[in-house]
Design a protein around this ligand. Structure first.
Ligand code: S3P
Length: 164
């Protein structure tokens, strides 16, 4: 099998669910935001201060690097699908699972997190979700909701996508 790419908005649970899914499937887990921070020695927020475009360039490099590694469960950043090249790469190297979430739930989950640049820089969750909703759906092989369910429950469903 190839990779299992998790996409979706910030606060959709990609990192938590991804780590649990990797455990269930005995696969390595990669969080691209964490890899970006580790590689550049700066937080995602700090990189964003140089401009979103700077962050997006590094993000694409890291995605390309991870795509070449052995099959893994990969939690991507919420904006990874904005680049068509990123999507082609994800498609070509595995399956894409979307964790869907509504704006209220995102707000609840990320409201105290000053490390979330897109929210800090002012664009509202509702607007970002509106802009991206169809894109997320269009790229996904599987669409699962993470609302009102525990990460363990969602991870089981994600893992089940692999055998189906
Ligand atoms: C972003 C989401 C973040 C991070 C960056 C940009 C976005 O990742 O990559 O702040 O554009 O939605 P999470 O989805 O893991 O919060």
């Amino acid at each position: 099998m190839g990779h299992l790419w998790l996409v979706g908005m910030m606060g959709s649970g990609k990192t938590t669910v991804g780590a649990l899914t990797a455990g269930l499937l005995s696969l390595p887990f990669v969080d691209t935001d964490a890899r970006i921070a580790e590689r550049s020695g700066r937080s995602v927020k700090e990189i964003f201060e140089d401009g979103e475009i700077v962050f997006r360039r590094i993000e694409s490099q890291i995605l390309a690097e991870v795509a070449l590694e052995r099959p893994s469960v990969i939690a991507t950043g919420g904006g990874a699908v904005l680049s068509a090249e990123n999507v082609v790469l994800m498609r070509a190297s595995g399956m894409i699972v979307l964790l869907e979430v509504d704006a209220g739930t995102i707000a609840e989950r990320v409201k105290l997190d000053a490390e979330r640049p897109l929210l800090v820089s002012g664009e509202g969750i509702v607007e970002v979700l509106e802009e991206r909703r169809e894109l997320y759906r269009a790229v996904a092989d599987w669409i699962l909701s993470s609302v009102g369910r525990t990460p363990e429950e969602v991870a089981k469903e994600v893992a089940a996508c692999v055998d189906t």
